[in-house]
Design a protein around this ligand. Structure first.
Ligand SMILES: NC(=O)N[C@@H](O)C(=O)O
Ligand code: NI
Length: 157
């Protein structure tokens, strides 16, 4: 069984970015009433363009049966919760044809993620309703989805 670890920017850095309001803001704006944590995601949309979509995903529960991971070779993908709830983040190492070791993370309320272009990941996995997320990813022509189905599903949790 793969046990989820707490989601931290440091641990997640090889796979993507953790978006959160921690530490001092980079800028104080709006007459001092707002802190801006500026430009925190390594976005990459290749030859496409940025799109914002809304996902309404069914909540899952732990232990979670991981049947597949996927990756987007043409662009990054960010998941921004629209509810104040943790969600499950699953990624796998490797840039080759097959994913490497799998890692699972449990987010804190208030954290969002941006997956780097080409990062193997489990699909969006909320753990609480409503599974509402804003998703920022590549809109464009051409294939942008590769899937790897495990012969024997992995257990997370
Ligand atoms: N297919 C799709 O739009 N979503 C997936 O890429 C996902 O990671 O959830
Ligand atoms: Ni995806």
């Amino acid at each position: 069984m793969i046990a989820p670890r707490p989601l931290t920017a440091e641990a997640f850095r090889p796979f993507g970015d953790v978006l959160e309001a921690t530490g001092e803001p980079d800028r104080i704006i709006n007459q001092g009433l707002c802190g801006r944590f500026h430009d925190r995601a390594r976005l990459d949309f290749g030859d496409g363009r940025a799109g914002v979509s809304i996902f309404e995903a069914k909540p899952r529960s732990l232990p979670y049966r991981l049947e597949m991971v996927e990756r987007h070779p043409a662009g990054s993908q960010a998941f921004v919760p629209m509810s104040h709830a943790p969600f499950l983040v699953i990624v796998a190492e490797g840039a080759g044809a097959r994913p490497g070791p799998v890692h699972a993370f449990l987010s804190e309320p208030g954290q969002a993620i941006n997956l780097l272009r080409g990062t193997w990941h489990g699909v969006l996995t909320p753990l609480h309703a409503p599974g509402l997320f804003a998703v920022i990813d590549r809109i464009g022509d051409g294939a942008n989805l590769e899937e790897h189905w495990y012969d024997h599903p992995l257990t997370i949790g």
